[in-house]
Ligand binder design. Structure first.
Ligand code: DC
Length: 233
């Protein structure tokens, strides 16, 4: 497949969906294939969560949250076209994946102060196009003007298997039940919160990854991307 027109006519690709559907993996693979940058917006919510845990912030206390946010030094550094969260000068790419962070992140992400704090950090990356950002509200709130919006879905059992393997590969000891409970809890909070809940944008294209290999997902997504790029005037 000739992908050159994707760099000649760079676009913004928004990828949304529930946890564990394969958004980040697909976004990463697409970015490498297209020569775009990949921004994992979940890493920002996870980074704020790491900071709150370290400082012992009570996430139900609005004032404590506001003070904590005014003291956070957080940005994303691009390393090999992928975003790495830097908190107070330290790359915390691995720390953000801990079960402790996964347990609290949806509650932190539901806070309007946190969402407002992170909006500009995300939109900044859209200025030069050629960006793929994955998350929950990218196509609906961060880049509603994105040329392509993908909404990724997968069966719950598949999602649990993928997340379990990912954690085990990292040497993190969790049970299947713990992973399933965490995914269900996050689905519930992420889609029912008041501010920027997870929902499919009206103009999003749904991609079901349940029965697709990583390579097949990439091929399908590339066909969709090139259809959009080549159909563009
Ligand atoms: O994609 P992830 O599992 O790393 O995301 C972690 C949490 O961050 C997720 O449970 C919801 C929240 N999130 C969000 O609210 N909005 C985004 N754009 C990305 C993530």
């Amino acid at each position: 497949m000739d992908l050159s027109s994707a760099s000649d006519k760079p676009i913004i690709i928004a990828i949304d969906g529930f946890s564990g559907c394969g958004k980040s993996t697909l976004a990463k693979d697409l970015a490498i294939a297209l020569g775009y940058i990949h921004i994992d917006s979940g890493s920002l919510y996870r980074s704020v969560t790491v900071d709150f845990i370290k400082r012992g912030i009570d996430v139900t206390h609005k004032e404590s949250v506001e003070i904590a946010l005014s003291n956070i030094d957080l940005h994303l550094a691009l390393i090999n076209c992928a975003s790495n969260p830097i908190l107070n000068g330290v790359n915390i790419s691995e720390e953000i994946k801990s079960p402790e962070v996964a347990q609290l992140v949806s509650e932190v992400a539901a806070l309007p102060e946190v969402r407002a704090f992170l909006i500009e950090k995300q939109r900044h990356f859209g200025k030069s196009k050629a960006v793929i950002m994955d998350g929950r509200d990218i196509g609906t709130a961060i880049f509603p003007e994105a040329e392509l919006k993908l909404f990724i879905i997968a069966d719950m059992e598949i999602r649990v298997n993928r997340r379990l393997k990912e954690l085990k590969d990292k040497g993190i000891d969790v049970t299947r039940e713990e992973v399933a409970d965490n995914l269900e809890k996050r689905d519930r909070i992420d889609s029912s919160r008041e501010f920027s809940p997870l929902r499919q944008a009206n103009d999003a294209i749904v991609l079901d990854t349940s029965t697709l290999s990583r390579e097949q997902q990439l091929q399908k997504a590339l066909e969709i991307v090139m259809g959009v790029v080549n159909g563009k005037t």
